[in-house]
Design a protein around this ligand. Structure first.
Ligand code: GLY
Length: 313
């Protein structure tokens, strides 16, 4: 048994492994680990204390996938519920659907008795005010919620460095089942309702016991356009090793024409528990922990140079 996660998954990976050792499934382990990241007030990219959208509201996205059944659940643009990953799991298990967004997802959370919580912490709000209001003239920044048109400000506020966090976990349980989970507050200062790759099955998250699993963090628009998580698994299906598959999927990013070209990071695992991670940003890390280890190890991702700007036409 083994769990891997993005570096900010350190706060949850021990719990993931505890769940696996206690006989829990890969899906249980992924959910348990991500819940702790979602509750971490020091992490401004996931769950409680995530950075808000253009209007100052925290909106969460998450998804989960079971490699045994290929069942998946996801939620997007959810306000006022901390554990988007658990809500995504409930969509997978209790509805005939894969994805719920916005008011429908919040209604479902309420129906299930999930506790409501104000997700915007004073610290996250202070970051929003300091950085966001520097980019937007005061006269607009303070009235954003009341303006009829805010699309111009979504461009002004956009910061390619900001979607780089998010958390993802992949677990392999003792029955040989894989599961993936991803949770995020998304690209800070985003246009309300914006979804990144995290809730999109195939873009930010994919698991198939037969071939492997992959999950992404970083600039979601890029992973959506290339179906990056599914691409890694498909490349493994075609016979590539995990290192070849992740390298190829990262290299694909260089073909994107994108004025906000940015960092995309991948974690991946094959059905035997071999794992690796990739990034087009230098000096990034991920964590892993096996059933025989006392604690996790942090280790570098493979850097794949895509240049900094994407393809020019
Ligand atoms: N990868 C997270 C996001 O783009 O929202």
């Amino acid at each position: 048994m083994i769990v891997i996660a993005s570096a900010n998954g350190k706060v949850g990976i021990r719990e993931s492994m505890r769940v696996l050792k206690a006989g829990g499934s890969a899906v249980d382990a992924v959910e348990a680990g991500i819940r702790l990241v979602e509750s971490n007030p020091d992490d401004h990219s996931v769950g409680y204390s995530g950075l808000p959208n253009l209007l100052g509201d925290v909106e969460l996205d998450a998804s989960i996938m079971d490699g045994l059944t290929l069942q998946a659940g996801s939620v997007g643009a959810v306000k006022n519920y901390e554990h988007a990953i658990s809500l995504a799991r409930k969509v997978m298990e209790e509805l005939p659907h894969v994805m719920l967004v916005g008011a429908g997802a919040e209604r479902f959370a309420k129906e299930l008795g999930f506790p409501e919580k104000d997700l915007l912490t004073p610290e996250a709000e202070a970051i929003y005010r300091q950085i966001f209001e520097k980019k937007i003239p005061d006269v607009y920044a303070h009235r954003m919620k009341y303006l009829d048109s805010v699309k111009k400000w979504a461009h002004v506020a956009a910061d390619p460095e900001r979607p780089n966090e998010t958390t993802n976990f992949i677990a392999l349980d003792d029955k040989g089942n894989l599961a993936t989970g991803v949770s995020t507050s998304g690209w800070s200062w985003k246009y309300p309702g914006r979804l990144g790759d995290s809730p999109i099955i195939g873009a930010g998250n994919y698991a198939d016991n037969r071939y492997g699993a992959a999950a992404c963090t970083g600039r979601g628009e890029m992973a959506i356009r290339l179906c990056t998580a599914h691409a890694v698994v498909t490349y493994m299906r075609m016979g590539m090793s995990i290192v070849e598959a992740g390298t190829e999927a990262t290299r694909d990013l260089a073909y994107l024409v994108d004025p906000y070209f940015g960092g995309v990071n991948i974690i991946a695992m094959d059905p035997n528990g071999n794992h690796c991670a990739f990034s087009n940003t230098k000096d990034t890390f991920y964590v892993y922990m096996t059933g025989t280890m006392d604690d996790y190890i942090e280790t570098p991702r493979v850097f794949v140079d895509t240049g900094d700007e994407g393809r020019k036409l």
